[in-house]
Write a protein that binds this ligand. Sequence first.
Ligand SMILES: Cc1ncc(COP(=O)(O)O)c(C=O)c1O
Length: 477
Amino acid sequence: MDIQNLKPTRERDEPIYLQLYRRYCEAIAAGKLKAGDRVPSVRSLASELNLARGTVEAAYQMLVGEGYFVARGAAGTVVSPRLARLAEPAGPRTVPPRAPDANSPQGAPGQALPFQLGLPALDAFPRKTWARLAGHTLRTLAAAAMTYPDPAGHEPLRRSIATYLGISRGIDCAPEQVFVTAGYHGALELVRRVLLRDGDLGWYEDPGYALARRFLLRAGLRLAPVPVDAEGLDVAHGLRRAPDARFAVVTPTHQSPMGMAMSLPRRLELLEWARASRAWIVEDDYDSEFRYHGRPLPALKSLDRHGRVLYTGTFSKVLLPGLRLAYLVVPAAQVARMRELVDLLPGPGSILPQATVADFMEQGHFARHLRKMRALYAERRGWLVDALARELGDRISIQPQAGGIHVLARLAAGHDDRALAAAAQARGLGLKALGDWRVGRSSRGGLLMGFTNFGTPDVATAEVRRLRTIMDATWSA
Ligand SMILES: Cc1ncc(COP(=O)(O)O)c(C=O)c1O
């Protein structure tokens, strides 16, 4: 390279040695100087560029110190041969686009398609109240809250959750037992790392929440599918099929996706199994807040006398999934072990949304919002169920559900739910096939449909008509 290109200019504020240093770095990055190339000696460069020797020496010292140059004594100074790897062509710059995952229960990130599962009513999010509370949070954040946050979660939020669970779910727990997590997966990950070992076998509801099943399998656990019937998880089947299981994952309040509540005898059977075999029960209470008939059942955790239940809840359905806030309630005897791990982890993220959720709960907005959403969802659910009955008649039957934020429409025997759901997804509908949530076989498929974002009865009807057209085409093919 032309030595004169290294010449610093006196007009710039930057010290001359730094300019020289940077010119060398840029020349190496641009490939003008290659690994192993010899560079001029300090003396000759200083004389050539008319610089003080000390200036060139300072730049060379930095370049050697940072590994750009290697000084070889009498053999001179060269660009480090180890930089050869920099010159190798990098791998492809473009990441291949991700194929849409038809099996992802919630659909692709950032989507809100008609019938999409797992979303709250996005038009009913209390933006104004939220903005006011979030602004207040920012203005008044105490100095302590501006330092590194507690990885177990913001203390006021842990307190609000413990109070809420006591009142609404019959769970008697101290704030120290509540660990705020990044979504339900965050809670499962804590349970896995603290209480389970690689390869441990667990009972998993069949059908059951497909995303968490995949997550647990990928994490190295083994899962025995245990069928659910009208009373929820068939504990006797689990005992026969996998007597050595170390854990069970269940949705006792509102089975996902079938919708029944686990009966009291089954709950007691499950708790007794866990006590006797020292197994763990993960209670996933993901949407218990939405019940349209009768009172919500207390959580399974409320009956846990022997500290075997790990209770999880989420803010995804009651506020927004984008908050990525969920929580895990740990039996008192396991708090110290959990704390030990959590202290090594980054925790659930920014303190700001946690503080806003805590204020939202503490000031009574949460209870009001839930009341409002229950009425709204009962109405929107009604629109979808009416439209399905009117437009699809006896092609489907609606599985009775006391609550939740999805409808399960069973198909007449012999119709392939996966093929129908795939055809619907290809045309932009967000519904899912029951078959994709199952491990075992079943003669009757079904469609899982979200209804929370149908803003009017006409919208629900229009989307059901689209589905009918797709059904006609798929079933006559
Ligand atoms: C059965 C079930 N459990 C848990 C969750 C909560 O997941 P997250 O907190 O990660 O949003 C969902 C969300 O759809 C769910 O369907």
